[in-house]
Ligand binder design. Structure first.
Ligand code: SF4
Ligand code: SF4
Length: 304
């Protein structure tokens, strides 16, 4: 079954002049929707496939227009507004009522022509190596949109990078790979059960897709380094050996950061970071040395 092309998609952000999402200067598009639920996710606003209400308490000046505007009585006023997420139907009527911009919609539909116009605007900056990167969320969660962006980009001579968890049907992967110049593939854990515990799914499909991707295009592996989860010598060595078995010679170690903390608050979710230990500099260096010891090139953070 081939991917059905679609002429619009749901995105959260277009990042211009990105230098860590593939070679050269890139336009990175964050697509909404992800089949994984990584405990440490730093982009929680990209997980749900639909638009969401984002409330920034720091901007709230207790004006109260939002309380009156909400048809579901989901907003109450304390020192700042409070949204009852169980009552909220995502009608977004509160957004224009706040003069301070405390409410925002996360996730917007963009048409394929508008998306391509955004990407094409940056052609003068791409040079030989730069281009478009699709990230998320999981870009393969919207396969028709991803495929069309890549297909049209290739027609224009724009290089394409897929930043992916690898969690999609192999048929989708195969088709998208035909238009993909490079994959940045997250490998979160080599043990299927621990992978399931950390992300909600086991890793069998992801590892299978890793082989498929590596047989069709250039792959770099990204390892999110999560203390107490995947930073054991055993897991790091197994990840390195797996990369070598694919012919991949480069691993990017991405140490856990907590920059997503406020995002959880603004989405009405509980931040997971209190339950995850801290990562010290020596832990990162130790992980780097273990992977390097297998003969791989290693960068800490995605340095292209
Ligand atoms: S988006 Fe939710 S909180 Fe805002 S007005 Fe609609 S129901 Fe009320
Ligand atoms: S795969 Fe990425 S976007 Fe999806 S839950 Fe995991 S960290 Fe978040």
């Amino acid at each position: 079954m081939s991917i059905v092309p679609v002429d619009q998609g749901m995105i959260t952000e277009v990042k211009k002049f990105a230098t860590h999402d593939g070679p050269g200067i890139r336009t990175t598009v964050f697509l909404k929707g992800c089949p994984l639920r990584c405990r440490w996710c730093s982009n929680p606003e990209t997980i749900a496939p639909h638009a969401q209400l984002y409330f920034l308490p720091k901007r709230c000046k207790s004006y109260g227009g939002c309380v009156d505007a909400c048809p579901e009585k989901a907003v109450s006023m304390d020192t700042v507004a409070k949204v009852d997420r169980n009552k909220c139907t995502l009608c977004m009527k509160c957004i224009p009522e706040c003069p301070n911009g405390a409410f925002r919609q996360i996730g917007e539909i963009i048409s394929l022509p508008d998306m391509m116009r955004e990407i094409e605007k940056d052609i003068p900056f791409y040079g030989k190596d730069g281009g478009v990167t699709l990230s998320g969320g999981e870009p393969l969660y919207q396969p028709g949109f991803t495929l069309e962006i890549f297909r049209k980009s290739k027609d224009l001579g724009i290089t394409t990078v897929l930043d992916t968890s690898g969690c999609a049907s192999p048929g989708i992967v195969r088709e998208v790979m035909g238009f993909t110049d490079m994959v940045l593939l997250d490998i979160k854990h080599m043990d299927p059960e621990l992978h399931r515990q950390g992300t909600g799914v086991d890793n069998r499909l992801i590892l299978e897709n890793a082989g498929l991707m590596a047989s069709m295009t250039a792959v770099r592996i990204s390892l999110p380094l999560i203390p107490g989860y995947n930073d054991s010598e055993k897991n790091l060595s197994e990840t390195a050996k797996f990369a070598l078995s694919l012919g991949v010679d480069h691993i990017d170690i991405n140490p856990l950061h907590r920059l997503g903390t406020d995002k959880y608050t603004c989405l009405g979710l509980t931040s997971p970071y209190e339950t995850i230990g801290a990562l010290e500099k020596q832990d990162v260096l130790k992980a780097r040395d273990i992977v390097k010891g297998h003969g791989l090139k290693v960068t800490v953070g995605r340095m292209m």
